[in-house]
Ligand binder design. Structure first.
Ligand code: SF4
Length: 323
């Protein structure tokens, strides 16, 4: 199916199956923005109640801005993720201070708590601006239908899906398109058991044809970072200190370092946090007077003044700068 037919099928499906939601009856940007913020982490049924409550109590952005933060937080109670409420309130004040609701994508995107997706949704639904709003639903529908296996949580993936949705977006119906894709993903092409048998796209859907519904969309597994705790002891012995060369089966192979003890300590005691690709190192350093000249295996005495001649890991340099 060509892109044009995909568009038509989605729009037609939406006409027949789209949800009727109270904020879809209005072009008031405030009402639409409020719905988007509430629905960011909340199911529609619960979100609808809260949306009505907010609209009854504060029917305009000016009234919301005039409320206290406590009043807004109280009304928000039960929805969780309170930073959303705080941002909502701060943004209401931003809007009033700027003389009204912003009418451009950039202006909307600059509001507190508004990301790319929300800005696109508001810009297209309230003002008919041509911006494709790509959320989890859109990733799922596009990756299944077009057979795109680029991970949706990778930088490349985000770009690719955004680009595709930008191309598909009918410029005269941007708001309708965004809502149609959202509903299609939420009701038809659901994460589990999508309703393929009743789907208008079934004949040309890549995932259905190839049996890859379970595999799409692809999400990159984020490697769990390993946490390590390094305590360095900077021995002091008549102008000398002890270092060793690091071995070959760990990071910083061949570099030099003071006496190291690797053992967990409270994170608050960290002096330098060092982030590597797959590990985070919490490090601290202690200067200690040497009581005798015996050293653990592998370490050797050197003059303090020569320390700078040895290749040290950047982490050790940072710790030394602090001592
Ligand atoms: S056929 Fe199934 S997987 Fe393909 S778009 Fe329709 S609901 Fe989604």
């Amino acid at each position: 199916m060509a892109n044009g037919n995909f568009q038509l099928a989605i729009l037609r499906w939406y006409e027949e199956n789209g949800r009727s939601l109270p904020w879809r009856e209005t072009r008031d940007p405030y009402a639409i923005w409020l719905s988007e913020v509430i629905l960011q982490q909340t199911r529609i049924a619960q979100g609808t109640d809260y949306w009505h409550r907010f609209m009854r109590r504060w029917p305009t952005v000016e009234l919301l801005a005039a409320a206290t933060e406590d009043e807004v937080l109280k009304e928000w109670q039960g929805l969780g993720y309170y930073s959303r409420a705080r941002n909502l309130h701060a943004a209401a004040r931003q809007i009033v201070a700027n003389g009204g609701f912003p009418r451009t994508y950039e202006g909307i995107r600059a509001l507190k708590g508004v990301g790319d997706y929300t800005a696109s949704a508001i810009a297209s639904i309230a003002f008919g601006l041509s911006h494709a709003a790509v959320d989890g639903n859109v990733y799922r529908v596009l990756s299944r239908y077009f057979g795109i296996s680029t991970p949706i949580n990778s930088t490349g993936g985000k770009k690719e899906f955004q680009q595709l949705d930008d191309e598909l977006l009918p410029h005269d119906k941007a708001g309708t398109w965004n809502q149609a894709m959202m509903d299609f993903g939420a009701l038809q092409c659901t994460p589990q058991s999508p309703r393929c048998l009743l789907c208008p796209l079934q004949e040309s859907c890549y995932a259905l044809r190839t049996g890859k519904i379970e595999e799409l969309p692809v999400k990159e597994k984020k490697l769990k970072r390993r946490e390590r705790f390094f305590t360095y002891f900077l021995l002091q012995n008549n102008g000398q200190t002890a270092i060793r060369r690091r071995g070959s089966n760990d990071i910083w192979q061949g570099l030099w370092e003071p006496i190291l003890k690797e053992e967990p300590f409270p994170k608050e005691e960290t002096e330098v946090k060092h982030i590597l690709t797959h590990q985070t190192i919490y490090a601290r350093m202690m200067a200690v007077k040497a009581v005798d000249s015996d050293l653990p295996e592998g370490y050797q005495w050197i003059d303090f003044s020569d320390l700078a001649d040895y290749a040290l890991p950047r982490l050790v340099e940072k710790l030394l700068e602090k001592h």
